[in-house]
Design a binder for this molecule. Structure first.
Ligand code: HEM
Ligand code: HEM
Length: 141
């Protein structure tokens, strides 16, 4: 098992979203107020489920956590998700003026997902040795 710091961070973030999502679910169940059900669903799915998957895939294939694109993927996701969820909460509590913010944050999340797709296609199956060789060759030339 690798101890990739990025996958550990994804796991830590995932469990925080899991706790928040389940607490909101329990609160919705207890109060009967389901108005934030879409926030609850997306805290659990964009947060807990997707981040745990990012962590698991990063554990299995650490090469996808290397490089600037991986860093951009991490930060766009981790800015986009809380902004989207916060703005969605405000939207559902009667503040329609935050809709542009939801749109921008959603696009940021979509962009992050495309970066992740790129990492999976371009790096899984490419070994560290191969990447290191390619990098040192590009430094030499
Ligand atoms: C103790 C844990 C949980 C409780 C008490 C809970 C409670 C609820 C409640 C009360 C709703 C609203 C249902 C409605 O108004 O139609 C809901 C919806 C939902 N929950 Fe949870 N939930 C929990 C955990 C989870 C987890 C772990 C996930 C995902 C991994 C999840 C995913 C969803 C989804 C996707 C919906 C929306 C379903 C729909 O479209 O109607 N929930 N939950
Ligand atoms: C940028 C990312 C995303 C955006 C902007 C988004 C947006 C939306 C919207 C607008 C709805 C309809 C809500 C309603 O009618 O009340 C919805 C529903 C849903 N989405 Fe997403 N979604 C995103 C990502 C995801 C992901 C990654 C998953 C699963 C892994 C997911 C699972 C669901 C589910 C289960 C529902 C039905 C429950 C609900 O209405 O909240 N979504 N989403």
């Amino acid at each position: 098992m690798n101890h990739n710091p990025r996958s550990r961070t994804w796991f830590r973030l995932a469990v925080i979203y899991f706790a928040l999502g389940v607490m909101l679910g329990v609160t919705m169940g207890a109060t009967g107020d389901h108005s934030l059900f879409a926030v609850h669903a997306h805290i659990n799915l964009l947060g807990w489920v997707s981040m745990a998957l990012f962590g698991l895939i990063s554990t299995m294939h650490p090469s996808i956590t290397q490089g600037h694109i991986a860093t951009a993927q991490f930060w766009t996701y981790n800015v986009g998700v809380p902004v989207m969820l916060g703005a969605l909460t405000l939207r559902m509590k009667g503040f329609p003026s935050v809709e542009p913010l939801i749109a921008v944050a959603s696009i940021l999340i979509g962009f992050s997902v495309l970066l992740f797709v790129w990492q999976v296609f371009s790096r899984i199956g490419v070994t560290f040795e191969h990447l290191n060789r390619a990098q040192s060759e590009s430094h030499l030339s």
